[in-house]
Design a protein around this ligand. Structure first.
Ligand SMILES: C[S@@+](CC[C@H](N)C(=O)[O-])C[C@H]1O[C@@H](n2cnc3c(N)ncnc32)[C@H](O)[C@@H]1O
Length: 281
C-alpha cells in the first residue's frame, strides 16, 4: 500500500494494462503465511521500499501514536519493514522496540537504530518471538495486517494482548474491502518490476502479484491480505478479547489521475487506522 501511494505521489506510476482479471469464486488463495519472507524480500530488493530514512510519510505514520494512544511512551512495532516508522516514533519521543522478519529490512532498521538509543530492533517472526514478559503502552502494526486466515489473526491478537499494559492500546492499519475490490486489475511498473492487484471476493482478500522483467511473470511472488471493514474487525477483535475504540480513515490512490490523496472519507479509503484495547468485562 505504501508503495502504491509512493508511486502515485512521485508520478512514477505507469499502468500498462488496467484490465480486470476474471473472477474465480472458487479461488482459495494462499491462506498460509509462508510466502511472506520471500515476497517481502523480493519486493524490497526490486523497489528499495524497506531501505531508507524516515521521510514525511513515516513521520505521519508515527504521529498517529500521539493521536490514538496519547499516553503511550513505550511502543512495540510489529512487522516494522525497514524501521522507518519505528525510527520516526523514536524521534517523536517514544521508546520503541521493533520486530521484523526479513534480513534486508531488519538491516536497514538496525542502521537507523545505531543513532537512536530509544530504538531497539529484534529480527524475528512475530508469531514466535518471546518478549520475556515485557509489556508496552502501545503495540502498533502499520501496513500489513491480514496475513493468513482469521484464525491466524486471532492468534496474533491474543499474543498482542499479552504484550499490552492493562490500559495499553493496539493500533493497526486494516485494508478496506471496498477499495481493494475496485483496485483489482490495476497494474504498475516500478523500475523493471511489475505488479498487478487482484481481489479474492469470496475470501475478502487483496492480492498483490509482483514479478521482475528478467524472470517474467512465471516467477511472480504474491501477497494475500485479508481486508476487514470496521464492523468485521470488531467481530475479529471480540474473538481475541479486544474492542475497537476508534477508526481513522487513511488515503487513496486515484488511478486515473495517478495521484495519492492522504486523507479521504472512510468509504473510499485504502485502509484505516484502528485503535483497540482489551475489552472491559
Ligand atoms: C507491507 S510491509 C510493511 C512494513 C512497515 N510496517 C511499513 O509500514 O513500512 C509488511 C512487513 O511485514 C513483515 N512481516 C511479515 N510477516 C512477518 C512476521 N511473521 N514477523 C515479522 N515481520 C513480518 C515483512 O517482512 C514486511 O517488512
Amino acid at each position: 500500500m505504501r508503495l502504491t501511494a509512493r508511486l502515485a505521489c512521485s508520478g512514477e506510476m505507469q499502468q500498462p494494462g488496467g484490465q480486470l482479471a476474471p473472477e474465480d469464486p472458487c479461488r482459495t488463495n494462499n491462506l498460509r503465511m509462508d510466502w511472506a519472507a520471500s515476497f517481502y524480500d523480493r519486493q524490497g530488493s526490486w523497489t528499495g521500499l524497506y531501505v531508507g530514512d524516515p521521510d514525511d510519510y513515516y513521520q505521519a505514520q508515527a504521529a498517529r501514536i500521539a493521536r490514538l494512544a496519547p499516553s503511550a511512551r513505550t511502543v512495540l512495532e510489529l512487522a516494522a519493514g525497514g524501521g522507518q516508522a519505528a525510527a520516526a516514533a523514536a524521534d517523536q519521543g517514544h521508546l520503541v522496540t521493533a520486530i521484523e522478519l526479513v534480513d534486508r529490512a531488519a538491516r536497514n532498521a538496525e542502521r537507523l537504530a545505531e543513532t537512536r538509543p530509544d530504538l531497539t530492533i529484534i529480527q524475528a517472526d512475530m508469531y514466535e518471538v518471546d518478549l520475556g514478559g515485557n509489556r508496552f503502552d502501545a503495540v502498533v502494526y502499520w501496513d500489513g495486517f491480514g496475513l493468513g486466515s482469521d484464525a491466524d489473526q486471532i492468534v496474533l491478537l491474543k499474543r498482542i494482548t499479552s504484550w499490552l499494559q492493562a490500559d495499553g492500546r493496539l493500533l493497526l492499519d486494516a485494508y478496506t474491502p471496498w477499495y481493494w475490490a475496485a483496485a483489482a486489475g490495476q497494474e504498475s511498473v516500478y523500475g523493471r518490476a511489475h505488479s498487478r492487484y487482484d481481489f479474492d471476493a469470496r475470501g475478502c482478500r487483496m492480492l498483490d502479484r509482483w514479478w521482475h522483467e528478467d524472470s517474467g511473470e512465471d516467477e511472480a511472488v504474491e501477497q494475500s491480505l485479508r481486508c476487514y471493514s470496521p464492523a468485521d474487525l470488531a467481530l475479529l477483535a471480540g474473538a481475541a478479547g479486544l474492542e475497537v475504540l476508534a477508526v481513522e480513515p487513511g488515503g487513496a490512490v486515484d488511478y486515473d489521475a495517478g495521484t495519492y490523496e492522504p486523507e479521504v472519507p472512510l468509504r473510499s479509503a485504502m485502509s484505516y487506522a484502528a485503535a483497540l484495547a482489551p475489552a472491559e468485562h
